[in-house]
Structure formats: C-alpha cells, structure tokens
Design a protein around this ligand. Structure first.
Ligand code: SF4
Length: 401
C-alpha cells in the first residue's frame, strides 16, 4: 500500500464533505444559451443562427457582461447547476467556454457539487476538446445523436453521420466523462417500430448514463413540416407512434434505465439535476439571447436578436421587463411540470398551494382517466401511466385548465 506523507490509513482524516448548501440555499439553476449552429436542421424551431466569427465575438462579449450584471444584481447567489444549451454550445472554442466558466465563478457561488452540462454535436468535438471541458469543470455531456441511421440524419438535416456520433461518444468516455447523455428522436417520417427498437438496442450497447428520447414534433414553419404538408413524406400512424413510445420505454427499463420524465431515462444516480430542477419549479436564470428566466413570481425573456440583446445588456435593463405569475398561473404550472415526471403530482402539496382537493374537484374526470388506464394515484401522488404520457398535453389541459 502506498502511504501518503507517511500517514497510516487508520489516522487518515475523513475526506471533507462536499459543499453542503445552507438550508434554503440550494441554489439557482443557470442556463446559458449559445445561439449558433453549423446550419439549420430541418425540424428545428429553436433560436439559433449560422455561426459567424463577428457575431459570435459580439455575443461572447455581451454574455460576459450579462453574467457580471446578474452576479451583482442577485448578490452572488449560490448556483447548483449550469447548463450550456443551444444552438450548438460545442461550436464555442474551449478557451471561450473557459472564460465563461471563470466569469460564472466570479459572479456566482458555484456549489462544489454543481452539475455542469454542455450540449455537444458529434461533428464539432475531438478528444482535446473533451479534455478541456473536463479541466474547466464541465462534468456532464449531452450529445445530439438523434439517430443511428444515416438515412434519418440526412432527412433531419443533421450535419454528422451515425459513425461520427458513436465516435464522439467513445472519445468523451476515453477523455474521462462519467456522465454522458445521448439525445434521440423517434417517430420520424417513414419510421417503423422495428427500426426504432433496433436503434434502441444499438444505443443501449454504448452504455450511456442518460438517454433522452423525444418524439418528433412538427413545428410550424420548419422545412420538415413543409415536406409533410406537401405530402412528400408520411408520418407514422398514431397507433405506430404509441407502440414506439410504449415498447421503447419498456425496453429501456428492461436495460436498467429508469424513466423519470416523459422523454427522459437514466441509470440510477444520473437523472439530469438541471432539468429536474425545472420540473420541480425551482428558480432559474437564463443568460444569452432568447433565454427565459423565472425568479420567484417574476418571469422574463431576453431579446432574441443580437442587437436588441446587446442593447438590453449595455443599458442595464435586461430582465427589467417581466411578467408576474399570479397564484393561478403558478398552480397550473405546478400541475403541468409535475405530471411530466414519473413521480407525479404531490396531491397534498397541490392542496396546500391551491386550497383545493384536485381529485374531489375533478371527480368525474379523474375516474374516467383512471378507468382508461391513463392515470394512477399512489401514496398521495397522481401520476400519468405510459399511455397517459402519450396524451399528456390533453390530460394536463383538462386537469389544469
Ligand atoms: S443543431 Fe440543434 S439547435 Fe442547431 S439547428 Fe440543429 S436541432 Fe436546432
């Protein structure tokens, strides 16, 4: 046994505990929006623009100013999670991300155990990039794989191949990432159940800690929505979609993934703390163009376009134009977010917040949903079944009108 400084193991001091946050100070969730992509994917409606050096340099400068403003305004609050999302955050050079991390550490108190996630696209990364991310404190990766079939990737307008996606995962693992999530999309035009299940079988062999499986949503004004409208492509039927969702979820569970939200699965201990924070209704601060924040009852959205965003930051009025969420809106949101999770809605908490008994005041509806195997009530929590999750929007709209 190797002794360190001659100390015997018996005398070794206990390892210092990880930062225990003072009560009531779990910390903010921080979201950093990086609004640049190589090109536009055909299904995407997020706010992003083609990467160009001049706009990117402008963005970086403004973002660093915004970080400083919020640190001072909120008096350097504790932060429990940081999430770099986009866009394609991995288009940002590592030394710039390092500057952003340093600015965050200066402006906020990042908890020692903070979860720091970054979304990466397979064709924008290499081994050195991953090592740099780890060195600056990024401890969770979310890789945008979307499909392991090149035909699907071409249809979606992705700029990488399936082989590149698998290679990016391998490089991240080799670099030392112990918490990697992969994003996939199901329900693509022309997709059949067997094809989706084959994808899942292949992806589970990679043994990622986390899998997000999003059903394709046809957003208005996207190229893909146009192709469906023009009947150039055909979406799977509702029955096929339901089979993909239910069979896919059951398969992932059989492989040791726990479903903790409608579209999210993870091995024990690897739930995404940042997203869970959203669903649990915690405060979050979004930085960057178009980022949304909710702090207490105040909700505000940053301007979408660079010139307006820059003007708001320079003028110091970023976040000053907010809406106040009233009690009814807060309760509606509580129901909507809790029902997305497999833990479901705590009925006592709902009664405390609203002064109403959800089950009694919706008796006929609750009975109907229960009889149709769409909801279950267990140990004081109302949650959606897998079939219920398939029609979650409709159920939530009726329970939280
Ligand atoms: S990489 Fe992501 S954010 Fe960028 S266009 Fe594609 S889906 Fe949208």
């Amino acid at each position: 046994m190797v002794r360190i400084f001659g100390e015997s193991p018996a005398k070794k001091k206990p390892a210092p505990k990880k930062a225990a946050a003072p009560p009531g100070e779990q910390g903010l969730l921080l979201y950093i929006h990086v609004p640049f992509c190589k090109s536009r994917c055909r299904y995407c409606s997020f706010h992003s623009q083609a990467f160009n050096q001049v706009t990117y340099a402008w963005y970086l400068k403004t973002l660093l100013m915004e970080i400083d403003i919020w640190g001072r305004r909120l008096q350097r609050p504790a932060v429990q999670t940081v999430f770099f999302g986009g866009g394609t955050p991995s288009l940002a050079p590592a030394h710039d991300l390092d500057r952003i991390m340093a600015a965050l550490r200066q402006a906020f108190r990042l908890r020692e155990d903070a979860e720091i996630s970054l979304e990466a696209n397979p064709d924008t990364v290499d081994a050195a990039y991953f090592r740099s991310l780890l060195a600056m404190g990024v401890n969770r990766l979310s890789i945008g794989v979307q499909s392991l079939a090149d035909k699907d990737l071409a249809l979606l307008g992705r700029t990488h191949s399936a082989r590149q996606a698998v290679a990016a995962f391998g490089l991240a693992r080799q670099a030392g990432f112990a918490n990697i999530g992969l994003d996939l999309i199901w329900g693509l035009p022309g997709q059949r159940l067997r094809h989706w299940m084959d994808q899942l079988k292949t992806v589970t062999r990679l043994k990622a800690e986390h899998l997000s499986c999003y059903g394709l949503s046809l957003e208005p004004k996207t190229a893909l929505a146009g192709m469906i409208k023009d009947q150039a492509l055909r979406m799977p039927s509702d029955r096929e979609l339901a089979n993909m969702y239910v069979s896919g979820s059951e398969f992932l569970e059989s492989q040791g993934y726990i479903q903790y939200e409608i579209s999210n699965f993870a091995r024990m201990g690897f739930f995404c703390r940042h997203n869970l924070g959203y669903w649990e209704g915690r405060d979050y601060l979004g930085l960057g163009p178009s980022a949304v924040s909710t702090i207490g009852p105040r909700r505000f959205t940053n301007p979408r376009y660079m010139d307006a965003y820059d003007a708001a930051v320079r003028g110091g009025f970023v976040g000053q134009d907010f809406e106040v969420l009233d009690k009814a809106a807060k309760i509606r949101e509580m129901v909507m977010l809790a029902l997305r999770t497999t833990k479901g809605l705590d009925l006592r908490e709902y009664a405390r917040a609203s002064g109403r008994d959800l089950v009694k005041s919706n008796q006929a509806l609750v009975q109907e949903l229960y009889k149709n195997n769409l909801i279950r009530i267990y140990k004081g929590r109302l949650r959606l079944t897998k079939n219920g999750m398939l029609v979650s929007d409709a159920i939530i709209a009726r329970l939280a009108p």
